[in-house]
Design a protein around this ligand. Structure first.
Ligand SMILES: [Zn+2]
Length: 276
């Protein structure tokens, strides 16, 4: 009896639990269904916002992974100032120099190394061209613009000089007083130096203390001999060049360096490799 009674009690307990479970299940299903309806309504209401967010994420990903440049291009260290020709990158070479005639055709040319009219009396350039780094050419063009207001022009004797020509010069005259040692390189080899003088409206050179490439104390900036007019012209040339940032050379009145010359490496690009 005890057993039966116990079983009856047990059954009634399990039936009650079962009914409870069904009630809980129904409640749970109801909650889930209500939640789903609420979720569906929300999704429907804000579907445009969702579409915009997904589109934004997609466009952002495309921009990041497909269109953006590698960041290392913007963090490349400046070129080493050491004498190192970059002939290993011929595809990049022509873009590193520009022809001054393309930047300002009012600047006159008298490229002496393209003739025998120079201190080694040999023709070393195949073409009479003045090639410079783009920023240096722009700076020189500003000097020309300043001079034009006074009826004057620049006349250029030498600009970029290939390192192989520097080696030839050194072979002819291995004296650091006259020629820069090619193992160090000249600032002309970097496309960041110019040799020049002034001419008037008729193209006649203004009187200077010496001729170009006349290596003597008379070519020094502190030379007080010669005519007053020649010293005035020399000092005026220094003044207009310095106004645009060029650096003078104490021993050569005709030579000027770009202030950033150290940031340009020595090159050995032939003069005819750059498009006119
Ligand atoms: Zn020079």
């Amino acid at each position: 009896m005890l057993i039966f009674s116990s079983l009856g009690q047990f059954r009634s307990i399990t039936e009650a639990s079962h009914l409870n479970l069904i009630a809980i299940e129904r409640k749970t299903v109801k909650i889930v269904v209500e939640f789903w309806h609420a979720f569906s309504r929300t999704v429907h209401r804000y579907r445009f916002v969702g579409l915009i967010l997904v589109t934004g994420l997609l466009l952002g990903s495309i921009n990041h992974f497909v269109l953006s440049e590698p960041t290392h291009l913007h963090t490349e260290p400046p070129h080493s100032p050491q004498a190192r020709p970059t002939a290993a990158h011929p595809a990049k070479q022509p873009g590193q120099l520009v022809d001054i005639q393309q930047i300002n055709p009012n600047i006159r040319l008298d490229i002496r190394y393209a003739t025998k009219n120079n201190f080694v009396q040999q023709k070393l350039y195949q073409q009479p061209r003045c090639l410079l780094r783009p920023h240096v050419a722009d700076r020189l063009s500003r000097v020309q613009q300043d001079l034009e207001k006074q009826g004057l022009r620049l006349k250029v004797f030498d600009c970029y000089r290939p390192l192989s020509v520097q080696k030839k010069l050194w072979k002819i005259l291995p004296d650091p007083n006259y020629v820069a040692d090619p193992s160090v390189g000249s600032r002309h080899n970097r496309g960041s130096a110019v040799d020049l003088s002034l001419v008037d409206r008729e193209g006649d050179e203004l009187e200077m203390p010496t001729e170009f490439d006349s290596f003597s104390p008379k070519a020094h900036l502190d030379y007080m001999g010669g005519s007053a007019g020649s010293r005035q012209n020399r000092d005026f040339l220094q003044q207009v060049m310095k106004k645009q940032g060029f650096l003078p050379l104490q021993t050569e009145w005709w030579h000027f360096d770009d202030p950033d010359w150290k940031s340009y490496p020595v090159l050995d690009i032939p003069l005819d490799a750059v498009q006119p």
